[in-house]
Design a protein. Structure first.
Length: 157
């Protein structure tokens, strides 16, 4: 640690210590609900900030809150992110818990490519974490893309 000043109750950061959390290469260091690229920031914060100030920010904030909660649920294995059904159930439960109807979340996601990309990352991570824990190498990335595509078609039809 650094030098402790008696007037400062917390250790001071040394100049050679990084300000940010480890990068995306350290998958196990990232906590649920945190950014994939900068672990010190909330998941989707950058997506929300790029939203249209009139409508997009509020919609994106609702969608991101669903994804954060879904990731937290899957990280605690309640429900598991191991299957497409588990990941879908996590989204439905998360939407309910944050006060967003799943149909509203889907409507926002179906019209916003960045939210779709973020959802894909969250679902891929859930499948990847499951695969790492069990050794079962499920094709998470392709499955997550398929889940989003199927939902979009179902929503339009």
């Amino acid at each position: 640690m650094g030098h402790q000043d008696p007037q400062m109750p917390f250790p001071q950061r040394q100049p050679n210590q990084p300000d940010v959390a480890p990068g995306p290469d350290s998958i196990n260091d990232r906590k649920p609900g945190r950014s994939f690229s900068d672990h010190s920031r909330p998941l989707g914060e950058d997506v929300i900030s790029r939203g249209d100030p009139i409508n997009g920010v509020a919609d994106r904030a609702r969608a991101v809150s669903v994804l954060r909660k879904a990731e937290e649920l899957m990280a605690s294995n309640n429900p598991s992110g191991a299957t497409a059904e588990g990941r879908r159930h996590a989204l439905e439960l998360a939407a309910w818990r944050v006060g967003v109807k799943i149909e509203e979340y889907e409507s926002i996601s179906n019209h916003d490519r960045e939210i779709q990309d973020l959802e894909r990352q969250v679902m891929q991570e859930a499948a990847s974490v499951y695969a790492q824990k069990t050794g079962n190498l499920e094709p998470g990335p392709q499955l997550a893309q398929h889940e989003i595509s199927v939902r979009a078609v179902r929503h339009r039809g």
